[in-house]
Design a protein around this ligand. Sequence first.
Ligand SMILES: *Cc1c(COP(=O)(O)O)cnc(C)c1O
Length: 359
Amino acid sequence: MPSFEEYTNEIKSLWDSRWLTNSGEKHRILEDSLKKYFNVPLVQLYANGHLALETALSSMDLTGEVITTPYTFSSTTQAILRSGLQPVFCDIDSETYCIDPDKIEGLITDKTCAILPVHVYGNICDHSAIQKIADKYGLKIIYDAAHAFGETIDGNSVAGLGDMSMFSFHATKVFHTVEGGCIVYSNPSYTERLTALKQFGMIGKEDAEYIGSNCKMSEFHAAMGICNLRHIAENIALRKKCVERYRKRLGLIKGIKLCPTQKNVESNYAYFPVLFDDEIFGGRDNVFNILNSNNIIARKYFYPQTSDFTAVRAAVKDIKDTPISKYVSEHVLCLPLYSELTIEEIDGICDIIESIGNS
Ligand SMILES: *Cc1c(COP(=O)(O)O)cnc(C)c1O
């Protein structure tokens, strides 16, 4: 969080303007700052990442099937279903945990309209392979980039990939506005809909041109974003130190698998996922429970894969087997990671993990 003073200073002007929501000054400043930060022409802010994703899908007039992965947060799959579309689950790559592009083409039918890949843990999808497939079959690409804030690939912002990218600004993310999110896109013909759909489908003050929702970002949320954006580089640098320590301590331990670093990606160090071998660690849940009893809260993130949710099982007609996704979801823990985490705390966590592996 920014300091209390920095935030209260930022919101002071709202007591003069009495402008609390509906594209006020803070909203405009944050939108412009993000365009500069991402180095992209077009950004739209929303009340949260999930509704941004739903809005992206409904702005494109899609019908039919969307190829996506079940190794993601609930939101990705639910946004597809709530938009009246059918998710078609594709398995993931065993190193990046992102969609495996080699498995996409076999899932394409005459109903396929789009691909919705996820940059899992800030690992960037094989975007050129995905783009080739989309071009060949005339499919849209919407990236769930909730984990990828501020990252670049080969020197370019990841925000520019595909037709649209959704970023989440939830309190738990690397950059946050308490609750919030955005869509980044490059085709200006989407602007009217992306704007109208967050304000009841209205462009002007009387008619509703579209069936929309209400998912505007308020001035108080935008002000939090303005403050946090000032400290983002410092925040990411601190996270990097944590990740380097974790890697140094855990990288060579038998029975532990870490994600390889992507050489051409400037990472945001959003998460630190670890896969635990069953034989050596007695199961992922064993590690989770022992950490928990030491007051260390790791997350089974993502578990279960979304295709195993009760509601998704009921709503999706043909659920494909995704063995790699299932395996990763049953062996992964994301270890604590935030900018104020100290090296001593990380060492304490790693000592416990080491002792479980040796016992
Ligand atoms: C956080 C997250 C979302 C949803 O974003 P909210 O801002 O919480 O609505 C969607 N997808 C992924 C992968 C996420 O991690």
